[in-house]
Write a protein that binds this ligand. Structure first.
Ligand code: NOJ
Length: 556
């Protein structure tokens, strides 16, 4: 194992404060996130250092050598700030502290220093749409109508006909308004009742968040993933949402209304621009990655603004696409067409809120999962790997009695626990996540069949495939940044060029497929015995779910 930077993004970290010597170097340094692979850690589920069955910051520190070996350029941790954990960190009760279950401020500082020493950037999660109802701001706000923080949250009187002020529903499908008997008004919560929405029309709230960003930037955090950017500000007149219709995404249709007035307001762009300018003031290298939970690519494009809002945006149409060559290639084609040239694409296949790709897309078929990993790591743009993706880790069935997720919203989602179970480090009691005998906060998946230790020992594993793809990508500008061009593809397959140097051919079906592609040599096949195969005659046979990265022959 080595601590040496494994990839271009790691090597680009401003090591020991060295000044870039040329315009080109400055650009690479500022844009490190274009070449990096970002690795998302559900902090409670990565590694438990203190025997309480809950992952923590020291646990992450202990795994940094592994992450360096894997070759990731940045880690993004789900919130580490204090929280009553109704939504596991996404209900913040203090934006300037560290949740005791996860560690201390010293641990955070060590995490940043140790990550940077390995050339790995650190991205924190910030939650500006709402707080916990136990945050002191809300305690004050709900104490009386004339409290100085009353207007920090969204309060409203009953509708003229009685009942909630309007028809908005929260993410569990119930009314988004909660009655406060003491002050006789309703407060808004787009998520749980215990997550009141902040009022972003209030300048005090805006200034407070400037301070929060600054506090963590000064600690050395390299960027933020911004929670719920689409929700940041609400219609000032609190108008009713119109009913959903059959043009809407099923998730929207399930709630029965279009998100016109409680989400996706145009005024949010001003807030994002304010943060982009603020981030730049700290350093042009600071990254803002927006959770932009929108269902179409034109709406996603808005998250980037005019290269003055988020640097990256969560690509929900890709994440929620079905698993098929036509569906996924259509999303990519649309991104290539619709995102402005300044907007850098970003791809993720799993998150803490959606079933893991291995299960959702690939029906737990290991060959299909390898093909998906090859797709993720060969598209133009920044890949985000969710912890365990590199093992093709599937969802874990969590018995109802052990479920913890309060945001369950059948039939849209039964529980998000299935994709949040502990990282599978090794077989045996504790699974390398916690000490033997300790009960983890969520049950383990199949430790014997899927774990880091056994995959590291097996050169043919998903883990090694993933690492080699990351290395190849880092070493090949054509693969991370070169132009993408789709080629005519037979049924079930997707063939594309990356620059003039590489062709990628993915068979996303369970049948053999013959795909036309340029001549050249297979650099990596998901079927490792096919590595090095020569393609000539302008076509190649692909086994079921086989993917290949082909170095295109110069004469091709
Ligand atoms: C998105 C986060 O990923 C999710 O886990 C959380 O419940 C919601 N935002 C609300 O903060």
């Amino acid at each position: 194992m080595t601590d040496k930077p494994q990839n271009a993004a790691q090597a680009n970290l401003g090591l020991s404060g060295a000044q870039p010597s040329s315009g080109e170097a400055l650009d690479a340094q500022e844009n490190w996130w274009r070449t990096a692979v970002i690795y998302l850690i559900y902090t409670r589920s990565y590694a438990d250092s203190n025997g309480d069955g809950i992952g923590d910051i020291q646990g992450v520190i202990a795994k940094l050598d592994y992450l360096s070996w894997l070759g990731v350029g940045a880690i993004w941790l789900t919130p580490v700030t204090p929280s009553p954990n109704d939504d596991f960190g996404y209900d913040v009760s203090d934006y300037f502290g560290v949740e005791p279950q996860l560690g201390t401020m010293d641990d955070v500082e060590l995490l940043i220093a140790e990550s940077h020493a390995r050339g790995i950037r650190v991205i924190f999660d910030i939650v500006p749409n709402h707080t916990s109802d136990r945050h002191q701001w809300f305690v004050e706000s709900r104490s009386s109508r004339d409290n100085q923080r009353r207007d920090w949250y969204v309060w409203a009187d009953s509708a003229a006909t009685g009942g909630p002020p309007n028809n908005w529903v929260d993410h569990t499908g119930r009314s988004a308004w909660e009655w406060d008997a003491r002050t006789e008004q309703w407060y808004l919560h787009n998520f749980l009742v215990s997550q009141p929405d902040l009022n972003w029309w209030n300048e005090g709230v805006c200034q407070q968040f400037d301070e929060i960003f600054g506090f963590w930037f000064a600690k050395g955090v390299d960027g933020f993933r911004i929670d719920v950017t689409q929700g940041l500000i609400k219609d000032s007149e609190l108008r009713d949402n119109p009913p959903a219709d059959d043009t809407d995404h099923p998730d929207v249709a399930a709630r029965g209304q279009k998100y016109v007035y409680n989400l996706n307001r145009p005024e949010r762009h001003e807030i994002l621009r304010r943060w982009r300018a603020l981030a730049r003031e700290y350093s042009p290298e600071r990254l803002l990655y927006g959770e932009s939970y929108v269902f179409d690519i034109p709406s996603l494009a808005h998250c980037y603004g005019n290269d003055d809002e988020c640097h990256l945006g969560l690509n929900v149409p890709f994440l929620l696409s079905s698993w098929s060559a036509p569906a996924l290639s259509a999303v990519v084609a649309q991104c290539e067409k619709v995102l402005p040239s300044s907007a850098w694409p970003c791809w993720t296949m799993s998150t803490q809120d959606e079933s893991r790709f291995t299960t959702r897309w690939c029906g737990n078929n290991p060959q299909a999962a390898r093909c998906a990993l090859m797709m993720l790591l060969t598209l133009r743009g920044t890949p985000i790997l969710y912890y365990g993706d590199e093992l093709a880790m599937p969802d874990t069935e969590v018995p109802e009695a052990l479920m913890t997720d309060r945001m369950a919203n059948p039939p849209v989602r039964i529980s998000r626990d299935f994709e949040r179970t502990p990282m599978q480090w090794s077989s045996g009691s504790g699974g390398g996540f916690c000490e033997a005998g300790v009960v983890p906060w969520l049950p383990f998946g199949e430790l014997d069949t899927c774990n880091v230790e056994s995959q590291r020992a097996d050169p043919d594993s998903a883990l090694h495939l993933c690492r080699e793809l990351i290395q190849l990508r880092a070493a090949s500008p054509a693969l991370h940044s070169g132009p993408y061009r789709a080629l005519p593809s037979p049924d079930g397959a997707w063939v594309y060029l990356r620059g003039s140097e590489f062709a990628v051919a993915l068979n996303m079906s369970e049948h053999d497929v013959e795909a036309a592609c340029p001549d050249g040599k297979v650099v990596i096949s998901t079927l490792r015995s096919h590595d090095g195969r020569v393609v000539d005659g302008g076509a190649t046979m692909l086994s079921p779910y086989e993917g290949i990265v082909l170095a295109v022959a110069e004469t091709s």
